[in-house]
Design a protein around this ligand. Structure first.
Ligand SMILES: C[S@@+](CC[C@H](N)C(=O)[O-])C[C@H]1O[C@@H](n2cnc3c(N)ncnc32)[C@H](O)[C@@H]1O
Length: 280
């Protein structure tokens, strides 16, 4: 069956079900390691019980779906994501780890036809900031939850406290003024304003909305060479428009930044997220 994607999410679907998703799929271990400092806090706040039915929104390659399925051993976990490549890896990893109660579906969470009240818990590790119509998406997610079900989502704080973004994009900008997407536009920082996030969830009927700030180091590679290759794969699009000298300057700048962040835990940068919980 063809993937049903809302018109407002077509651009995201092209990226996540295209080259960007393919990169995430082949580097699942890098992304899981980068977010390792947040995963247990997210899973704890989701409060999953043995018999729960859990939805993982924008599950990617499914590390959090697998964790949810292990805890909900008499229940089930369902991961949905726009990326066929990442869903493929998620299925393979769940099967190789012998997890029989995790399933994965390529779907746009904003418009997917979930059964009403199908889930006890909905969670997401940085997968809810890309909706073209966040009101419609969170309303759809709320409908999928039973009354008084739990929502636990991890989203990025703004670029200010996220040293990784400032330093890596600063190096790759090589002196250019790059600008960012307008506030609230789909992208990593769409839920960075906690007041906006609280209002969004309250407007679609979630209650008991709480927003907690978390900080954790993020590891981008075992050593500077490893991190350089990973970051160029992830953010190399920033080199577009630079001439050969500019590209060399950007790569050298990146290299210098990565070396200055190299320590016993690999190449690490500070980062900051919001952990948002609510009741449906
Ligand atoms: C930053 S990645 C996070 C992936 C995963 N949760 C993790 O922590 O590794 C964001 C994910 O959200 C997914 N996504 C974006 N918009 C979506 C939508 N409308 N419906 C379902 N998934 C979506 C993307 O395909 C991508 O895999």
């Amino acid at each position: 069956m063809a993937l049903k994607v809302d018109a407002s999410n077509l651009e995201q679907a092209r990226a996540w079900d295209g080259d960007e998703g393919a990169y995430w799929a082949t580097h699942a271990d890098y992304f899981d390691r980068a977010l390792a400092g947040y995963t247990s806090a997210l899973m704890t706040s989701a409060g999953i019980e043995v018999g729960d039915r859990v939805l993982d929104i924008g599950c990617g390659t499914g590390q959090t779906t697998r964790a949810a399925a292990r805890t909900a051993r008499d229940g089930a976990a369902v991961g949905v994501d726009l990326s066929s490549q990442m869903i493929g890896i998620a299925r393979r990893l769940a099967s190789s780890e012998g997890i029989g109660n995790a399933t994965f579906e390529q779907a746009d969470a904003q418009v997917h036809s979930f059964a009403a009240g199908e889930f006890d818990v909905a969670l997401s590790r940085t997968g809810t900031m890309f909706f073209g119509d966040p009101i419609a998406a969170f309303a759809n997610i709320r409908t999928a939850l039973r009354p008084a079900g739990r929502l636990a989502i991890l989203v990025w704080q703004g670029p200010g406290p996220n040293e990784w973004l400032r330093e890596l994009s600063g190096a790759l900008a090589a002196g250019r003024e790059m600008g960012g997407p307008p506030p609230g536009a789909p992208g990593p920082f769409a839920m960075a304003d906690p007041d906006h996030a609280r209002k969004l969830l309250a407007d679609v009927g979630f209650t008991d909305v709480e927003v907690d700030g978390l900080q954790a180091p993020m590891c981008f590679g075992a050593d500077p060479q490893d991190a350089h290759a990973f970051v160029i794969g992830l953010m190399g699009w920033m080199l577009q428009g630079l001439d050969a000298a500019g590209r060399a300057r950007a790569r050298d700048g990146l290299s210098a930044t990565l070396h200055s962040h190299y320590g016993p835990e690999g190449v690490t940068f500070d980062s900051a997220t919001w952990l948002i919980t609510a009741r449906s």
